[in-house]
Ligand binder design. Structure first.
Ligand code: ASP
Length: 434
């Protein structure tokens, strides 16, 4: 039994977990009623999902540090980092540009906010959301830039602050390269450590099907699908645009047309990461899985996977950008405001900036929507109402945008790896591992 289970490729097992989780959650809801299902979900199912999330989160710091240091030393020439960084940032902007444009087009075509009233935004909900918004608010841009340089790298690691960790690890890598021979033991240490942490990641991934099952069962048992009825058109617009972005922009445009690689292998290779992103709604938590998918399934070298993906999990959020544009149009339509061309442009710019600033954690995108809503003339009070109205249903939307965010990160990692000569196309094309 165990052998048969193990012989099924991981992404298929994750998919089985996902489908079973949905079925179990919905079954509980049908069988026991909404309240009891929610209670069972919270008390008996969620802890299993949380245990899995903790296990992968545990790997974020060791994985970024070891992979990135080993990656930079393997690259051999620190100058290569410049072109790698530039290509990555340009592609991240480009994919987000496509995302926002499609989101706005879809929001205009489907009119998700037309006729919506916010009766369901209960008062206590508004209060709760207000608090959450305060804590989620972005810091000053200058502060955030400064924080990339960690005063204390150990503190940055203990806080799981990704950008400072990237900064520090790159410097260690450069230090090892510049030091040359005397640093050989340190280089060997990081090489070996990166291997060890990757092995642990793969072990933890064996639990992914069960973690995904528990998380999906919990989401469905506590929320069901009916919650979406109020927001049906917003959900349809978001899911449709995200799917278009994943299939056409990442699959067809980047992988097939630009890189001339097979789409099928790409989607198989990222399926584990998509499954985990979908069920956790957190691109940060999914990071170890994205790194392992990129390296092991798609042949992206660790120098690229270790740098491009952590950066992507922090700043590249195409699904979130799509969503922010849609929420702005949703609110404008519900309020009967006609959005001008200039406002469209401003929404696009703001949605991009906010998506860059949002953390890769559940609901971060929605809680930061205020800036974007401001552009279309929604005042503060109304903004709170919109966010409070959507918040209880946000998880189901968040799952899709997080899966999109993560897919975009990996597609860009493949592109940068190919251009830098750091993509093993044999691994990418091979189906042996999949
Ligand atoms: N949950 C998303 C992520 O982790 C961010 C968002 O709320 O849009 O990527």
């Amino acid at each position: 039994m165990f052998k048969t289970w193990q012989s099924i490729t991981l992404w298929k097992r994750v998919l089985i977990g996902l489908v079973l989780g949905v079925a179990i959650g919905l079954g509980l809801r049908e069988g026991l009623g909404v309240e009891q299902a929610a209670e069972i979900g919270d008390t008996w199912i969620l802890p299993w999902g949380d245990a899995f999330v903790r296990l992968i989160k545990m790997l974020i710091v060791p994985l970024i540090v070891t992979t990135l240091v080993a990656g930079v030393t393997a690259m051999g020439d620190p100058k290569k980092l410049g072109s790698l960084g530039l290509r990555t940032i340009c592609l991240y902007f480009l994919t987000t540009f496509f995302a926002v444009s499609m989101g706005l087009a879809m929001g205009t075509a489907l009119q998700p906010g037309a006729g919506v009233t916010y009766d369901a935004a209960l008062d206590d909900n508004v209060g709760k959301v207000k608090e959450k918004i305060e804590t989620a608010r972005e810091k000053d841009f200058a502060d955030r830039m400064l924080e990339i340089i960690p005063e204390n790298p150990v503190e940055a690691m203990s806080e799981g602050a990704v950008l400072p960790m990237i900064f520090f690890s790159i410097l260690i890598g450069i230090g090892i390269l510049v030091a040359g021979k005397p640093a050989d033991p340190v280089r060997a240490f990081f090489d070996a450590a990166a291997e060890v942490v990757m092995k642990i990641t793969m072990l933890v991934m064996e639990l992914a099907p069960f973690g995904v099952l528990a998380l999906m069962a919990w989401v469905m048992a506590t929320r069901g699908f009916e919650v979406l009825s109020n927001l049906m058109w917003l959900a349809i617009a978001l899911y449709a645009t995200c799917l278009l972005q994943i299939i056409f922009v990442y699959g067809l445009l980047i992988i097939r047309v630009v890189l001339n690689l097979p789409m099928k292998q790409f989607f198989r290779g990222i399926a584990d990461a998509q499954g985990v992103a979908f069920s956790t709604a957190s691109s940060s938590a999914t990071l170890p899985v994205s790194i392992s998918c990129a390296q092991k399934n798609l042949g992206v070298d660790k120098s690229v996977a270790g740098s491009v993906l952590p950066l992507g999990a922090t700043i590249n959020m195409d699904g979130t950008a799509i969503y922010l544009g849609l929420v702005a149009l949703f609110a404008a339509q519900a309020a009967g405001i006609d959005v001008t061309m200039t406002q469209y442009l401003l929404v696009a710019v703001m949605a991009t900036l906010v998506s860059i600033g949002a953390a890769g954690i559940p609901s971060a995108g929605l809680l930061l929507a205020a800036t974007v809503l401001d552009v279309v003339g929604i005042d503060e009070e109304q903004t709170l109402l919109v966010i409070a109205f959507i918040f209880p249903f946000d998880r189901l939307l968040d799952m899709m945008r997080t899966a999109t965010n993560v897919s975009g990160d990996i597609a860009v990692a493949c592109a940068v790896a190919k251009w830098e000569g750091e993509l093993d196309t044999d691994v990418f094309r091979s189906e042996a591992e999949l």
